[in-house]
Design a protein around this ligand. Structure first.
Ligand SMILES: [Zn+2]
Length: 485
């Protein structure tokens, strides 16, 4: 298992060295350069658990997820080019019927939380392409749990899965294409997160003026068109970009069914993240190369955040960070968000069974082909849903990440001074850092007042980030500083 725990890197002698080497100055006013810290910094592997979030993820139900996936499969073929006329919707066949059912399901959850969800559709017409023979209407369906803090409600975290499916032929819209794992599982994760997190908001603040418990907004999205060319997610991400949505994190779940075939590891889920951002300009890539920032894209910080959530909450599955955009030569909806500059990662089971993806349902030489519910491990999907829900709730509870994070580099010196702007909702800040060759954050130092810190740690040997913390201990995503001369 390649998961780093932070603790794993630290020997006793290293702690002793760090204890001696670390002296921190967190400047209030007036700022006196007192070197006060005698104890080693807290490691990022510390658990920080919110009882409400822990309770919310306990509500995730493998049985409910099974019902969702079986219902999606019952529509027979959910190809983006399958039927969506009224008669087919009535007969419960095709993508139109799936779309209407998902919408009704979100509306049902909303009714159960006193109308806390806004259920919406994003419909557009895609012109013919090699995988779309004639102009086709495509609809994304989503539910919005609006943030409770007017100062933070424009911050958005989002979970998505694709509800379209396919069989061996991308142009077949009629024969069975059950898509139980690809991507009934991801659609079920999005729906289940909506169900449990909307319930949480009702329990905690039924009398509050704002229905949601989370200061920031959560969007539960299901898209179509993935199998024809990421059409749905591209349209949604472009819309979000054009309208200036502040999406901080996108969790894309695609093939999280935990196929029960041999070799599966149900204790882990892969989390893929891009290294160099898709939208980095030439000047930005030049700076990344100069400073060794190849493993610190916003998407990768999101992956590390998920690793942190995996240590703090008992989801039943641990994230396995894969430092790569996606599986070899394959793609998914998170990339459509990366292309618009949003931090986005992909969750996928550890071992895919290619007999059970993109296959006509059939038996040949004793091998069963097809993406059927009987190959899905519903407990596993529930664990992945718990990890997603805990991540969404943690991010939506946390303050905004600090803005304008800078590392002062005017003078040549062996310590490190960082500055940043205050975040809405922050009670304190935390500087995190790691060795340049470490996968995950190793050390953390709380900065309880001010927005400036000097650490007796060399900027040349470590990578730094700054994150905001609220009074209850919720952490924002960390921001890696830009050098300032
Ligand atoms: Zn898929």
């Amino acid at each position: 298992m390649a998961q780093s725990t932070g603790f794993g890197y630290v020997s006793t002698s290293m702690v002793a060295v760090l204890t001696a080497a670390l002296a921190l100055t967190a400047c209030g006013t007036p700022c006196l350069a007192q070197e006060t810290v005698q104890e080693p910094p807290r490691l990022a592997a510390d658990r920080h658990t919110d009882a409400h979030i822990a309770e919310a993820i306990r509500q995730v139900s493998a049985d409910h997820i099974r019902q969702t996936i079986e219902k999606l499969v019952s529509f027979q073929n959910r190809s983006t080019i399958s039927a969506q006329d009224e008669a087919s919707i009535k007969a419960g066949k095709g993508i139109g019927a799936a779309r209407e059912w998902i919408k009704a399901e979100f509306e049902r959850y909303s009714k159960d939380c006193g109308g806390c969800l806004e259920v919406k559709t994003d419909t557009f017409t895609e012109q013919p392409t090699d995988r779309i023979p004639k102009s086709t209407e495509i609809t994304n369906v989503y539910a919005v749990l609006r943030g409770s803090d007017p100062k933070q409600a424009d911050r958005i975290v989002l979970v998505t899965g694709h509800y379209d499916s396919r069989n061996s032929d991308t142009l077949n819209g009629t024969d069975p294409a059950p898509g139980a794992n690809d991507d009934g599982s991801g659609t079920a994760v999005s729906l289940e997160c909506a169900r449990v997190l909307s319930q949480t908001s009702r329990q905690v603040s039924s009398k509050a003026k704002f229905p949601a418990k989370f200061p920031a907004t959560i969007i539960f999205l299901t898209v179509a068109g993935e199998e024809q060319g990421l059409n749905g997610s591209k349209h949604f991400a472009q819309m979000a970009k054009q309208q200036g949505w502040k999406i901080e994190a996108v969790l894309n779940n695609d093939i999280v069914g935990g196929d029960i075939g041999p070799g599966q590891d149900a204790s882990l889920v892969r989390v893929f993240s891009e290294g160099l951002p898709a939208v980095a300009s030439e000047a930005e890539i030049k700076r990344i190369r100069m400073l060794g920032g190849e493993s610190d894209s916003p998407s990768r910080e999101l992956a590390r955040y998920i690793a942190d959530v995996g240590r703090s909450y008992d989801a039943g599955v641990k994230p396995l960070m894969i430092f790569r955009l996606d599986r070899f030569l394959r793609g998914g909806d998170h990339y459509a968000f990366n292309q618009q500059g949003f931090a986005a990662v992909r969750f996928t089971e550890v071992r895919e069974d290619f007999n059970h993806q993109h296959q006509n349902v059939r038996s040949e030489s004793g091998i069963e082909y097809g993406d059927l519910p009987k190959f899905v491990d519903f407990d596993y999907v529930a664990h992945v849903a718990r990890l997603n829900a805990a991540t969404l709730a943690s991010l939506a509870s946390a303050p905004a990440p600090p803005a304008t994070v800078r590392m002062l580099t005017k003078n040549l010196e062996n310590d490190t001074t960082l500055t940043w702007e205050p975040s809405a909702g922050a009670a304190a800040y935390e500087v995190v850092w790691r060795s340049t060759n470490a996968a995950d954050w190793e050390y953390a130092q709380t900065i309880s007042s001010g927005t400036r810190a000097t650490l007796k740690v060399s900027k040349d040997n470590e990578i730094f980030g700054v994150r905001a913390i609220d009074a209850a201990g919720h952490r924002s995503l960390p921001v890696v500083p830009e050098p300032e001369r």
